[in-house]
Design a protein around this ligand. Sequence first.
Ligand code: DQA
Length: 152
Amino acid sequence: MNNARPRVLVIHGPNLNLLGRRETNVYGTMTLEDIDALLLKKAIALGLDLEIVQTNHEGEMVEAIQKTLSGYAGIVINPAAFSHYSIAVRDAVAAVPVPVIEVHLSNIYSREEFRHHSVVAPVTKGQISGLGPLGYLFALEAVAAIGGGGKQ
Ligand code: DQA
């Protein structure tokens, strides 16, 4: 009998390891560790098994996404700057069978023009932008609700 909790992968992209010290007027004062602690607490409440990675490297992000080809219920991802230009990240998201929710702490549509477009967004289930750390928590709830039901 398989009674394992659904496994969800959270991926934080480049420079998010600097949260709390980086452009605090834009990204706030919470550190990535603070956000991860909130996510882990939320995951317990939702009955999810959470795995969290942060990477500053495009290839590592692609490999992390590919891990969800089997055994995962979904992905919560903040691709950070890769959102705006990485076709490799987009193709990896398109390739995996799980729902993917894209999160941005800041509202990318109210910032510089080059941030207004995400090449990843069209192949995700949905995007949350501008809600700060809450966005990650809502995304986790969405994955729990959709949970393992595939991309649709
Ligand atoms: C970000 C927005 C991106 O434009 C930026 O490159 C980031 C963070 C956000 O969470 O608001 O690094 O993804």
